[in-house]
Structure formats: C-alpha cells, structure tokens
Design a binder for this molecule. Structure first.
Ligand code: 6R9
Length: 651
C-alpha cells in the first residue's frame, strides 16, 4: 500500500507556476530570489555574513563568519554580540510602536490586540520579575504554558536577560515534564493554573505539582499565570502568581548583550532511544534563520497578518510565533484553541475576522477539516489570504489539492516546508513568487542550504525516483549547536553516518525528474503522529513500566487524519489480555507521555518476532500492523509460529 502511494506521487504531473497576480504584488520578486540563490552558490559564508548584517541589529559586529575548527561543533558570527529580544522588540519602537504585534484570540473567542510598545513593556516587566526571583544569564527556565501571549512574553523575557528557556508543550504529562526539568537542571518553572482548549480544562498547575513531587529538585521558584481561575495549590516560598511577580516591576529592562553563540533555548524532541534530546539553539544564527525564512518563504512584510497555528511548545511555535514574526516587526494572530471548536470552521472564521494574509498549519489539521466537508470553508470569504503553508509531516496530494482549492481558491501558492527542531527553520520549501509547486513535493532547498540525497556508501543518489538518506552538506547558521549535556550523542546522531560536515536529518527522500525533493519518512525509530515526533522506544518504555507488561514493541501504521497511528504489541507477565486491559494500557501511556502518544491499538501476544540474535523484527511488525501480506524473509525468525498468532489477533 505504501508503495502504491509513492508510485502515484511519482507520477504526479500537476505543476503550479507562481500565480501572476501573486508575483506582481510580492515583496521578493523572482529576480531577487534568483540573486539570492546565485550569491549563496558563489560564496556560502559570504552570503550568510551579508544576510546577518542586513537583518540583525548587532550590539557588537562580528568579524568571523563561520568557525569550523571543531566540526561538527560549528560556530557562526562567533565574536558578535546581540540580544534577541532587542531585535524582536526595541528596534521596532521608533517606527512601529503602535503597530499591532499580536492579535490574540482565546479559546472562547475573546480578542486582544497587543502593540509592539505594549509587548516591549510587558516583556521588560516580566524580565525584571525573573531577575528578582533569582533567574540570571545562562540559567534555565522551563515554560509550561498554554498558547497565550504570556508564553511568548516569557520566552522573550528569558532572551532579554540571557536566560535559556525550555518550553514544554502543555499536552505533555507530569513524568515528561519532570524528565525535561531534570535534564535541563532548570531553576525556574513558569506555568499557569490551567486553561481551556476546545472547552476542556487543561490542569497545568496540577500536572506541574505532580512533576515536582516526583523530581525537579533544581526548581527554586514557580511562577503561575492565572488563566483558568481554577483553584490550585500554591506552595509557599516556592510558588508565586505571575501578577504578583510583576507587581511594581519597571517596564524598563536593559537587554543583556550576549555572544552570538550563547544558547537561546533548549527544546526537547524525540529520538530513536527512549530519552528525549535537548536540542540546543544559538542566539545569532537562530535569529537570522527565523528572519530570513519568514521573509523568503512567507514573503512576510509590513502589511501582512501572519498566522501560524502551531503551539509555542513546538519548534514551529518558537520560530514562527515567538521569534520570526516579531523580529520582522509583523502583525500575527495567536490562537489558544483548536480548529474544530466550537465548530469546524473556527480557522476559516478567524481568517476572515482578522484578515489573515499568510496562513501556516499542519497536514493533520487540513485532513481533519477536509473530512468535515466543504461547507465550512464555504461559509467564509477567505479573500485576504495570499500564501498558504504546511509543516510537520508529508502532505498527501489529495489534502494539498483541497487546501489549494477550498482555502486558497486556486489563487494562493502553497509552501510545503520541510524542516526539523534541529534545523531551527525552513530548509527545503518553495519560495512563493519563484518556485513552481507540486502536490506532495517540498521542491528545493533554500538559498544557503546545501541539501542532497546519499546512498549508504555516501554516494549522491541522482536517479529520479530513487530513495536515499537526506543530508545537509554544509553548516548553516540556524542549525542546532549540540544536544544539551550530551555532545557525544549530537556527534553520533547527526554526523555519525558519513563525516563531521554532513548533517544526517533522519529522513529519507527522493527527487523527481526536475530535481524536486520529496520526503518519504523517517529512517530511525521515530514516528510522526499528527505532525508530532515520538520515539517508538519512549512508548515501549512507558508500556513496560506498567505492572502487568513484560515486553512491548511499538510500530506505526498509516492513519487517514493523524498521518500515522501507533500499534503496540504487548507481552504480558501472566494471563491473557482483554479489552479492558488494552484500554487501561492506552490510558497508561497517555498518562506517562501525553495524549499524543496514546496507542491506537494494543495487540496482545505470547512473544515478539525475533531474529536468532534476539533483535525484534520491527519491519515484520509494521507489515502485520498494517494488515499487509508478509513478503519479508522470515527464515531467520527464532519463533516462526508467533507470526501466525500476531496476524490472527489483528482487529
Ligand atoms: C518542523 C517540525 C521533524 C520531522 C522531519 C520529518 C517531518 C516536517 C515536513 C516533514 C514531510 C514536510 N516533517 N516537515 N515531512 N514534509 N513538510 O515538524 O519539526 O517536530 O522536529 O519534526 O517531521 O520527518 O524529520 P519536528
């Protein structure tokens, strides 16, 4: 089935040139794009140095562009000094102080406009509160907040004082929060009493308390935003309300000038082992990526209203809510709720209300909304839209075409943006005035990004349609710098396959006849559920932590809306499995890791298919989970009878 899908996309011949009307009004004209590609081609380092001088206000200019002496630990603009919050706020005050920075819409539809001047004041006040509560340069603060302006304010306030934030998505469970706090050795936790999403209460403070009762010994202070108004326990001496913390604080807070390589944030993401990786980003290079990609890929400019529907808990919300749009001085929409509440036209209604010009969302949302039917987008004009974007997972051509027709009215270019937590910003994507687009294709690498596809021996794969390992062959300014506290793992994971200059993304890809990239999926044990990365090992560890489970293996199978769904094969310590236990185990995993990780199906078996050397044959399990015919060689199986049992127990 997977193969036939690939086939159909390979035969995809619908190509859409940039619409003339779009090109005419675009800020970045085709000739400008051409010039960027040429400049990057001619001089990789010089190209990025020029961009860094053009787009960033430096406190102290850099003299060295790239330092590769200690590859793969690259440094960019290494002797320069700057402050990210200064670049996102202060520098706009003279010309754009009264311009709206954030149009916030809450779950229940209340709207708040925050100007750049007001955002600056609120960031400064909170930054002073952080300092007053003992947070300083280089200290880590974990942010566990809903998708509300205070989340962006907290991030920018950390940046202002040189503290390193680590945002944990509000859907994560207590154990996940605890592990992240412990790994980062965070001094402060910033959370909320709770909030409503889709009308449902998310009890953030309760979860935070649970996390801190199981670990989190490094936490000295907890700042709590009052949001839901629900009753929560406040530990005296440790917990303070946000409004009390800022009470009396000045709205002037001089920025802490930091080195370009000073860590701006850590963001945890799943890898192929059970332990999430703390992806560490820099200050200067990261900021440059956020600005350039907003300008190039969204054609973002002064008269736009930009809306990225991601949560600040993910990298997309870091780069395309907290940092990119603000650094560009743009107006953006920020939304606390979900696309289907109170009705499945919420997104489209908001596009009209706020006159959104650039809309950026995930394929899983598009597929879910598409299922609800055309009448929902048809209720709204959607005529303010100029550019549509997608991110997070491969988009199937059907969803792409629906997005183009029903939302973009065949008028808006679609930018399918491939990138990762690790890459910091867009890498392979169309540029809307320039690149012909094609359903299911992420097209070509941005200027200054040297992407390629290699075979196992490191030879470039040049044949159209042939798959290989997606790599980036030159360092780029906004790449990750290391894995927090684990430089060896950084080296091994991203540069272990070929050499210290070849970044291995963990995805496989192919090219079409025109050289456009298409992403095929992960090459490691990472699955992508509704655009969110999850290590199969994480789910397995959660399962075996249950008292009745002896062993577990987790794979994914395609899912119509979520992209992929989790199927877990479970071996019990004793007794037979039943529906009730299956349901208990599903809930258990959700409690351990968060709702995203909840398995779609649990299959009980007496054993797992293993090779004689004891390796679980995951490929075989994947085939079984999909209900496909087994064509793999099973002669190396130690326990061939298990295969029949697994197949027979499928539902
Ligand atoms: C930004 C983000 C990264 C993984 C990545 C890949 C998948 C992201 C994609 C895509 C196909 C796209 N991915 N964008 N696959 N087409 N446009 O999603 O970061 O959460 O770290 O996930 O997501 O597999 O390796 P992150």
């Amino acid at each position: 089935m997977a193969d036939s899908k690939i086939e159909s996309v390979l035969r995809e011949d619908r190509v859409f040139e940039p619409p003339q009307a779009f090109v005419e009004q675009a800020k970045l004209k085709p000739a400008d794009v051409e010039a960027l590609y040429q400049a990057a081609q001619d001089d990789h380092e010089g190209f990025w140095a020029e961009r860094a001088r053009e787009h960033i206000d430096w406190h102290k200019p850099f003299t060295q562009t790239l330092d590769s002496a200690n590859a793969p630990f690259f440094k960019w603009f290494t002797d320069g000094e700057l402050n990210v919050s200064y670049n996102c706020l202060d520098r706009h005050l003279d010309t754009k102080g009264d311009k709206t920075a954030i149009i916030f819409e809450s779950d229940d539809g209340e709207v708040e406009h925050i100007s750049y001047r007001e955002l600056h004041a609120r960031v400064c006040r909170f930054a002073n509160a952080l300092k007053a509560n003992g947070l300083g340069k280089g200290d880590r603060a974990v942010i566990y907040l809903p998708n509300v302006p205070q989340a962006a304010i907290a991030m920018l306030a950390c940046a202002r004082i040189g503290a390193i934030h680590s945002v944990v998505f509000g859907g994560f469970s207590a154990p996940s929060l605890r592990d992240r706090i412990d790994d980062a050795e965070a001094k402060m936790l910033i959370t909320a009493d709770g909030n409503y999403r889709g009308g449902k209460l998310i009890p953030l403070k309760d979860v935070a308390d649970k996390a801190l009762s199981q670990g989190g010994a490094s936490i000295e202070k907890v700042i709590v935003l009052k949001r839901s108004g629900t009753d929560v326990a406040m530990t005296s001496g440790r917990d303070i309300w946000w409004h009390d913390a800022i009470d009396g604080q000045s709205d002037d807070c001089p920025p802490e000038w930091v080195n370009a390589e000073h860590p701006l944030f850590i963001l945890y993401t799943s890898g192929s082992t059970g332990k999430p990786k703390g992806i560490q980003h820099s200050t200067g290079g990261y900021l440059l990526g956020a600005i350039c990609t907003c300008r190039w890929v969204f054609d973002l400019s002064d008269d736009d209203v930009f809306w990225c529907t991601a949560d600040v808990g993910w990298i997309t919300g870091h780069t395309y809510i907290a940092y990119g749009p603000t650094a560009c001085g743009a107006t953006q929409v920020m939304f606390e709720g979900v696309p289907t509440y109170p009705e499945p036209d919420r997104f489209w209604k908001m596009v009209d209300t706020h006159q959104v010009t650039i809309f950026y969302t995930a394929p899983t949302a598009i597929r879910a909304l598409m299922k609800h039917g055309d009448e929902y987008p048809q209720r709204h004009a959607l005529d303010s839209l100029k550019v549509l974007g997608t991110v997070g997972e491969p988009i199937n051509p059907e969803a792409w075409m629906w997005y183009r027709k029903m939302i973009g009215h065949d008028r808006c270019p679609i930018v399918d943006t491939w990138w990762q937590t690790e890459t910091g910003g867009h890498m392979i994507t169309p540029i809307p005035s320039y690149t012909p687009t094609k359903p299911g294709s992420v097209t070509r690498a941005l200027p200054g990004i040297d992407a390629d596809i290699l075979d196992e021996a490191g030879k470039p794969v040049t044949d159209a349609g042939a798959g290989g390992v997606l790599v980036i062959k030159k360092p780029w300014p906004y790449m990750l710098r290391t894995i927090w506290g684990d430089p060896e793992r950084y080296k091994e994971t991203y540069f272990g396959m070929y050499d210290a200059h070849t970044y291995v993304a963990g995805d496989s890809a192919q090219r079409d006849e025109q050289g456009n990239f298409r992403i095929l999926g992960r090459i490691d044990d990472v699955v992508n559920i509704s655009g969110h990365r999850l290590g199969t090992m994480e789910v397995e560890s959660a399962l075996v932590a249950h008292a009745e489970v002896a062993e577990a293996a987790v794979v994914s199978r395609p899912h119509e809306v979520k992209g992929e769904a989790i199927v877990a094969f479970v071996i019990l310590k004793s007794g037979e499995g039943n529906d009730e236990l299956a349901s208990d185990l599903r809930n258990w995993v959700a409690e351990q890791l968060g709702a995203i990780a909840k398995p779609e199906e649990i299959r009980f078996a007496d054993g797992l298919p293993k090779t004689r050397s004891g390796k679980i044959m995951r490929r075989l399990l994947r085939t079984v989970a999909r209900g496909d015919e087994v064509t793999q060689d099973v002669s190396t199986l130690e326990n061939p009878q298990i295969l029949e049992q697994l197949q027979a127990r499928g539902s």
